[in-house]
Design a protein around this ligand. Structure first.
Ligand code: GDP
Ligand code: MG
Length: 178
């Protein structure tokens, strides 16, 4: 085969959105490289990584991951970043209610201006910091349910639920008919 995307080999643009510091880059690095570097600096410049996963029905999904370098802070630039994205992963930090509010802002923004069939996942990251939790799991569940999103809590630090996040997204992608 040519390796071109088809019904069994999907290729999708995935963007991450959320407050600076919630762990977006760490989630990507954990998923793609299996690493967590607690000393890593804030992403400078645009970052682009890809990772392919295989599902049980032998479909493969290649995620082309756009990790923002802070463009999302400039509201006017955000649409350039998420344009054409099939998947948006909206991340907050479970120790930061402010970041949960910001996540809700991004959900609304994508509902207004994103692709109509975009798959959205709401992610409560830093689940390992449960002693400092300020956003109850139930709040994430309820908000995601109301907005038709997939919800999961993750830890890029311990790797908890990182692969599950991307597997669940892959399962929810619309399949082109062959
Ligand atoms: P970004 O700005 O959203 O890309 O956030 P980063 O990925 O750069 O992470 C910001 C900070 O949070 C870094 O100091 C990371 O080490 C830390 N961090 C990221 N994910 C986790 C996590 O799951 N648990 C803990 N405890 N710290 C994390
Ligand atoms: Mg980053």
């Amino acid at each position: 085969s040519s390796g071109a995307p088809d019904a069994k080999n999907l290729r999708v643009k995935l963007v991450l959105l959320g407050d600076s510091g919630v762990g977006k880059s760490c989630i990507v690095l954990r998923f793609v490289r299996g690493q967590f570097d607690p000393t890593s600096k804030v992403t400078v410049g645009a970052s682009f990584l890809s990772q392919t996963i295989a599902l049980q029905d032998s479909t493969t999904v290649k995620f082309e991951i756009w990790d923002t370098a802070g463009q999302e802070r400039y509201a006017a630039l955000a649409p350039l970043y998420y344009r054409g994205a099939a998947v948006a992963v909206i991340v907050y930090d479970i120790t930061s209610p402010e970041s949960f509010n910001k996540a809700q802002y991004w959900v609304k923004e994508l509902q207004k201006h994103g692709s109509p069939d975009i798959v959205m996942a709401l992610v409560g990251n830093k689940a390992d910091l449960h002693e400092n939790r300020e956003v109850p799991t139930q709040d994430g569940i309820e908000y995601a349910e109301k907005n038709g999103m997939f919800f999961i809590e993750t830890s890029a630090k311990t790797a908890d639920n990182i692969n599950q996040l991307f597997e669940e997204i892959a399962k929810r992608l619309p399949r082109p008919s062959s």
